[in-house]
Design a protein around this ligand. Structure first.
Ligand SMILES: Cc1cc2nc3c(=O)[nH]c(=O)nc-3n(C[C@H](O)[C@H](O)[C@H](O)COP(=O)(O)OP(=O)(O)OC[C@H]3O[C@@H](n4cnc5c(N)ncnc54)[C@H](O)[C@@H]3O)c2cc1C
Length: 428
C-alpha cells in the first residue's frame, strides 16, 4: 500500500511508547522510519499532512544512492533516468560520474512501510520522554528524530535574519525540444549567460525525467535572499529563446509543467533539545554549496537504524542519553560538523564573489580530478566509504585543490570570503 492510496494506518491516539518517534514525513523522516521499522523497532511518524504527495524533482549522483540488497535497498524504479553529467563554465566538461533523477512518486512509495505507525499532527516540543503535539497529545518515545525539514521545528536556537536560499524555475519539455538547447546532454550546470542579462549569475540545469521529458531549470545556486522567481522565469525564457525555442514551446504558464524551487542552504549547526536527533534538512544535511540532502538522508537512515538496533559490544544497557549520543554519532558526529562548517565557509566565499567571476570559479572547480570534486560535492564513493560527509582530511584536500586551480584574483576573493564570513547579495 502506498502513501497515495489514502489508506494509511493512522493512529487515533498516542498508543504505547514507541522506540522512535519521527517528526516529519519527508524523505529524511520516511527513510529513517522505514529503516528502523525494518530492524524491528516500534516507530511512530508524525506529520501534519501524512498523505501529502512529494512534488520536488530530486536528483543526485548515482554513486550517492544507497546500493546493495540490505533492508534499505531501493527498487530500480526509484531512478527515473540517469546519464553522464556535463558542466559548462568557461569551457565544457564531461564529468566522469552518472547523475540520477529520481521518480519522486516511486521514491515516496518505496520509503513507505506498513510497519510504521502514522499519526497526523504537528510536533511542538520533544525531549527524552517523547513528543508533544499541537493538540496537547503526548506521544511517549525512547528517542525523537526531528525530520521537520527547513522549518527545523524542534531546533532550540533558531536562526534569525535573512537566509541564503537556492531558488530556481524549471519547465518540463519533450526531449526533442530540450535537445535543441542541450545537444541531448544531461547538463548539471551551464554557467553561460545566454539569457543576456547582467547581474547575479545563474545557470541552466537540464535533466531527463524519463518518459521522453526533460526539465530545463534556471537556477541561482545561493543568494541572500534568494533571487526572485519571476527574475529566474524571465532568464529561462530568454535563454531558451536564444537557443531558438519559441515561447509556445516553453509552457511557463502551465503549473503542471513548471517547478518552483526555494529553500535555505545556510542551515546552521543545529541545537536539538535533549533526547532529539536531527535528520535531513532539519539537521545540517543540506550541502551549503549545492543544496543537496536527499541522498545523504537515505544513507544516514541506514546508519541510524543500525545504531539503534544493535546493542553495544559490552552488552551494557543503553540509557536515554546513551541512545541519543549513539544516534547523533551515527548520523553525523563532530567530524561531520567540522566538514559542514568548512562548506558553510565555501558558501560565504560564493556569496561574496563578484558575479562576473563566478563562472571562472566553477571552471577551476570542474577542472578538478573526480576524487576531490566528489569530496567537495559531498559525494561518497571516493574510498568506497559512505561517510565522505565527515571526512575532514578529504574535504581539506578538495578545497586546497580548488584553490590551486584559481587565478590570483579569485584566490584573493576566496581568502576574503573565508575571513569575512557571511556575505550579503552582491548587486551589479
Ligand atoms: C523544488 C525543490 C527541489 C529540490 N531538489 C533537490 C535535489 O534535486 N536533490 C536534493 O538532494 N535536494 C533537493 N532539494 C532540497 C531538499 O533536499 C529537499 O527540500 C528535501 O525535501 C528535504 O527533505 P526532508 O525530509 O529533510 O524535509 P522535507 O521534505 O521538507 O519534509 C519535512 C516534513 O516535515 C513536516 N513537518 C514540518 N513541521 C512539522 C512539525 N512541527 N511536526 C511534524 N511534522 C512537521 C512537513 O509537513 C514535511 O512533510 C530540493 C528542494 C526543493 C524545494
Amino acid at each position: 500500500m502506498g502513501p497515495r492510496d489514502g489508506h494509511r494506518a493512522e493512529l487515533t491516539a498516542a498508543g504505547t511508547r514507541a522506540d522512535l518517534l519521527v517528526a516529519g514525513g519527508g524523505p529524511a523522516g520516511w527513510s529513517a522510519a522505514r529503516a528502523c521499522a525494518r530492524r524491528g523497532l516500534d516507530v511512530v511518524l508524525v506529520d501534519p499532512r501524512p498523505d501529502r504527495a512529494w512534488r520536488q524533482t530530486y536528483g543526485t549522483w548515482c554513486h550517492e544512492l544507497p546500493r546493495g540488497t540490505g533492508p534499505d535497498a531501493l527498487p530500480d524504479e526509484v531512478v527515473a533516468a540517469h546519464d553522464v553529467g556535463w558542466a559548462i563554465a568557461t569551457r565544457t566538461h564531461r564529468l566522469e560520474d552518472e547523475y540520477a533523477v529520481l521518480d519522486t512518486g516511486a521514491l515516496q512509495r518505496a520509503l513507505y512501510d506498513d510497519g510504521v505507525r502514522v499519526l497526523r499532527g504537528k510536533v511542538v516540543a520533544a525531549g527524552p520522554e517523547g513528543a508533544v503535539l499541537a493538540d496537547g497529545t503526548e506521544v511517549p518515545a525512547g528517542l525523537v528524530a526531528d525530520a521537520t525539514g527547513a522549518v527545523q521545528a524542534l531546533t532550540a536556537h533558531r536562526r534569525t535574519g535573512r537566509r541564503a536560499e537556492q531558488t530556481a524555475v524549471g519547465v518540463v519539455v519533450d526531449e526533442g525540444t530540450a535537445a535543441r538547447v542541450t545537444g541531448g546532454r544531461l547538463v548539471f550546470m551551464d554557467w553561460r549567460p545566454l539569457h543576456g542579462l547582467p547581474g547575479w549569475p545563474t545557470f541552466l540545469y537540464a535533466v531527463p525525467l524519463g518518459g521522453g521529458r526533460v526539465l530545463l531549470e534556471e537556477t541561482s545556486l545561493a543568494r541572500r535572499p534568494g533571487l526572485p522567481l519571476p527574475e529566474l522565469a524571465d532568464r529561462l525564457r530568454r535563454r531558451l529563446r536564444a537557443a531558438g525555442l519559441h515561447d509556445a514551446e516553453v509552457p511557463l504558464d502551465d503549473p503542471a509543467r513548471v517547478e518552483h524551487v526555494r529553500f535555505p542552504v545556510d542551515t546552521p549547526d543545529h541545537r536539538s533539545p535533549a533526547g532529539v536527533v536531527a535528520l535531513g534538512a532539519a539537521a545540517p544535511f543540506v550541502h551549503p554549496a549545492t543544496g543537496f540532502s536527499v541522498a545523504r538522508s537515505l544513507r544516514a537512515a541506514t546508519r541510524l537504524a543500525d545504531a539503534l538496533a544493535t546493542r553495544p559490544d559490552d552488552h551494557a544497557p543503553v540509557d536515554a542519553a546513551g541512545r541519543v549520543a549513539r544516534a547523533r554519532d551515527a548520523v553525523g558526529g563532530t567530524r561531520a560538523r567540522v566538514v559542514h562548517g568548512m562548506r558553510r565557509r565555501g558558501l560565504d566565499v560564493l556569496l561574496r564573489m563578484p558575479p562576473a567571476e563566478v563562472p571562472e570559479f566553477f571552471e577551476g572547480f570542474f577542472s578538478l580530478p573526480a576524487r576531490p570534486r566528489r569530496a567537495y560535492l559531498g559525494s561518497c564513493g571516493t574510498s568506497g566509504s559512505d561517510r565522505s560527509d565527515d571526512d575532514v582530511a578529504e574535504s581539506v584536500r578538495a578545497m586546497m585543490s580548488v584553490f590551486a586551480r584559481l587565478t590570483p584574483r579569485l584566490r584573493g576573493h576566496l581568502i576574503a570570503g573565508t575571513l569575512c564570513g557571511p556575505g550579503e547579495a552582491q548587486r551589479p
